[in-house]
Design a protein around this ligand. Sequence first.
Ligand code: C2E
Ligand code: MG
Ligand code: MG
Length: 861
Amino acid sequence: MPDNAPLPAHAQTPLLRLLLLAAALLLGGPASAETVRVGVYANEPKLLLNADGHLSGIFGELLEQIAEAEGWTLQAVPCEWQQCLEQTRDGSIDLMPDVAWSEERAAFLSFHTTPALFSWSQLYSQGDLRLASLLDLQGRRIAVLQGSVQQEYLKNLLDSFGIQAELLPQNSLLDGFALVASGGADAAVANQRFGDFQAPRFGLRDTTIMFQPARLFYASGKGRNAHLLAAIDEQLLYLQADNHSAYYQILERWGGQPLPRRIPMALWWGLAALGALLLLTVAGNLWLRRRVAAQTRHILNEEKRLNTILDSVDAFIYIKDHQLRYQYANRKVCELFGQPQQLVVGQTDAAFFDAETVANLQENDRHVLQRGERVETEEVNRSADGSPAHTFLSVKIPLRHPDGSIYALCGISTDISEHKKNLEHIHQLAFYDPLTGLANRRLLLDRLHQALARHGRKRQEGALLFIDLDHFKDINDTLGHALGDQLLQQVSERLREQSRAGDTLARLGGDEFVLLLEGLTRQPELVIGEIEAVAGKVLRSLAAPYELAGQPHNCTASIGVALFSDAQGDVAELLKRADLAMYEAKGGGRNALRFFNPQMQARINTRTALEREMRAGLERGEFFLHYQAQIGLDGQLLGAEALVRWQHPQRGVVAPGEFIPPAESSGLILPLGRYILRSACAQLAAWSQDPQRAQLTLAVNVSARQLHGPEFVDDVLRALADSGANPARLELELTESQLAEDVEAMIERMQILRERGVRFALDDFGTGYSSLSHLKRLPLARLKIDQSFVRDLLSDANDVAIVRTIVALGQSLELEVIAEGVERQEQLDLLRQLGCRKFQGYLFGRPGPAEALDASPLNCG
Ligand code: C2E
Ligand code: MG
Ligand code: MG
C-alpha cells in the first residue's frame, strides 16, 4: 500500500479516530475563522457552483454540511478540472472535491480515508449508436476528461486489447457530452453519476461499457491540510452511519440512489466490481477469441507452407517425444510406413520395424533425448513384414524449450541403400572371385597380413592350407570349361561348409584354394592334430562324387599346410611354404595332406642355390650334349638321342635328373632348352657334311614348359634355319604328362613343325596316361617304350604283356616303336621276339661325345 493511500476500513479503530482528533486539536483545533478554499468545476450532479456563488451538487452540499459542523468558511475557487488539480497541488486550493484515488495521484495529493462516494466510469453515446462491448470501440472517437483517471485507464485498456480508438481529451465532462451530441465524437466517458444525470440533456444514453470502479474523495496538496482531511473523515463516519443523516438526503436530492443500508458498502462495491469484471472478461474473451482465430489462421498458413517444404524434400523427417512416439512425420516417412500421417503420429517404431531395428533406433533416440547430443549414424531398418532392409544415414538432434530442457528429438534420415549396394558391388568386384564368391588373391593377401600381425601379438597359432584339385585340367579339357566352372563352384560350396566362422576362404585362381585357420593352439604337439582334423574333413568332403551335367564325377584334392610360426611374419614365405607342401602332397600320390617341414626347406635351399649356379653355368657355357646311339634290327646306327650334361666347376659332370626339374620350375629350362636345340641342330648340320653320318636322326628331349611356351615353334625353326640342319633329321621327344594340358594348342604347334618335316616321339610311353583319342590326333612318328618295362621284362610277365600291347598299338597307329634302357642281350632278344625293331641302351653304348658314336660295338646277333 502506498504511503499516502487511505487507510483501509479495518484500520479505522476508535483509538485511531481519537488520535486523529487529538492531532487536529493540537494543530489548532476547529478554528471557527478558518477559510477553506475549495476548487469548483462543473460536474453536475456531483459538483457545481450555484448562482449565489455557493457550492452545490453532492460533493458541494456535503462539504457545506461538514464546514458548518467544523466552523469553516468555504471559499469557492471556480476552475476547470485540470486547472483545479494543479492549484490543489500547489496549495492555492485547500480542498478539491470529487477526486478518485489512484496511485499516481497519491504521489502529489493527500486523501482522507473514508470514501465520500463510490462511482464507476461508463461510456455514453448517441441513442442510435449501439456500443455493446469494448471491441465495438475499434476505430471510434471517444471524448475523455483531460488528465482524468478514466483517460489513463481507458487508454491502457484499449492498448492491452489491441483496439485502435481515438481519445479526444476535453476540459470538462460537459464539453465531452456536447462533442458527442454534435457528432464530433462517438462516445464520451464520464463517471456514472455525472453521466446518468447529464446524458438525457444531450440526447445521449448510457452504454453497457463500464469500467474502472472508483472511490471518490476530497483531496489536498500532498502533505497539506491534514486536519481538514481528518475532520472530513470524522464527519463522514458520523454521517454515513445514520440512515437519515444529511448525507443520504443530499444523495437523494441529486438523483443518486441512496445505498440500501442493509447491504454493507463493501459488498455493494464488490458486486459492482464483479459486474465490471464480468463485462471485461466477456469482452476480453471475445477479443482473445478473435486474436486466437487470427493467430490460428496465421499458424495454419505457416504450417501449410512448412509442410509443403518438408513433404517435397527427398529425406525422411520426423519428430519423436520422450516416449519415442512420432509427433510428426513427413510424406516420405508415411510412404515408407504405408500409413497416413494421422496413423503414424502417436505410434512408436515398434509398429513398423522388427525387434532388432527397434532396439537399435531406440538406443540412438535415447542418446539424443537423454544426453542432449546430436547423433549422426547409419541405421539399417528392417520392417516387421520382412520386406527388404533399407540403410539410412540419420542425423538426430534434440529439440529444446527456451529454458534449455529437451522436449523432443528431430530426425532427418536419408536412404543410402542404393549407394551402399553400389559400394558393396565395387567391393565385391575388387575383393571377391566372381565365379565362386570367395575372397580373391588380393583380399587373401590383405587378410594374411592382418592375421600374421595379430599372430605376432597374440600367443596363438594359425595355419594356411593350400588346396589344389587333382587332375582338374583333365576334367576341364574333357568336359569343357562350363562344367569345369561348375565343379569349381561345387568345390567352393563344400569348402564353405567345412570352414568355421572366422576362417578365411579364398580362391587364388584356377583350381587353387586357400583356407586360413586362426586361433589355433600354440602347443606344437596339439596344433598338428587340430589342423589334421580340419584338413581331413576337407579332403573327405571334396573326394565325394560330384554331379556335373547329370553325370557323377570324381575329383580329389591335395593340401599343403604351413604354420604362421614357420613363416616369421612373411606372407609370401607362408604362401610359398604351403604351396611347396601341397606339391609334396601331390608327389605323395595326391588326395593327401602334407605339412611343410625342415627337410622341405633344406631342399628349397639347395634348389635355389642350384638355380643360381645354373644361371651362371648357362652364361659360362657349362652345359653340353652327350649322344646315345639308337640301333636298328640289324645293329645298324640309325641315329642318336641328345642328353644334356652340366660340367659343374666343383661337382664335375652333373646328370640331367638333378637339374632339369629345378630348371623347369624356375623357368631356366627356356634358355637352356633353346641352347640344347641349337647345339643339337649344329650337330645335325655337322653330320650332314659327313657321308657316313648324313642319314642319322637326332632325338632332342623337350620339356613341358618349352612346348607350351608361345615361342616354341619359332625357336625350333630358327635353330634349324640358323644351323642349316635338315628338319627331317630332327626328332622331338615329349612325355605323356605334357599331353595333359592345352592339347588343342599343342597339336596345332606340332602340326606346323610336322609340316616342315620335324618328327615327334612319345618318350617314356606307358608310364603316364594318355588317351587313345589323343594319340590318334597327335602327329607322332614314334613311341618309346619306357625303360622300366624293359628292365624287368625277363622276370615280369606283366611287362611282357605291356610291351606286346605297345608294339601292337604302334602297328595299328602306324607308329614306330623303340625300346630304351636295353642293357642285356636277353632283353634284346625278347624285344625282337615281341616285334620291337629299334633299340637304345647301354648294350649299344652309353651316352657320350658325338665322336664316340661310331665306336659303338654292335653286337646284335
Ligand atoms: P630320357 O629321355 O628317357 O633319357 C634316357 C635316359 O636313360 C638317360 O638318362 C640315359 O642315360 C638313360 N639310359 C640310356 N640307356 C640306359 C640303360 O641301358 N640303362 C639305364 N639304366 N639308363 C639308360 P639321363 O641322360 O640321365 O637323362 C635322364 C632324363 O633327363 C631323360 O630321360 C630326359 O627325360 C631328361 N633329359 C636329358 N637330357 C635332356 C634334355 O636335353 N632336355 C630335356 N628336356 N630333358 C633331358
Ligand atoms: Mg628321351
Ligand atoms: Mg625315356
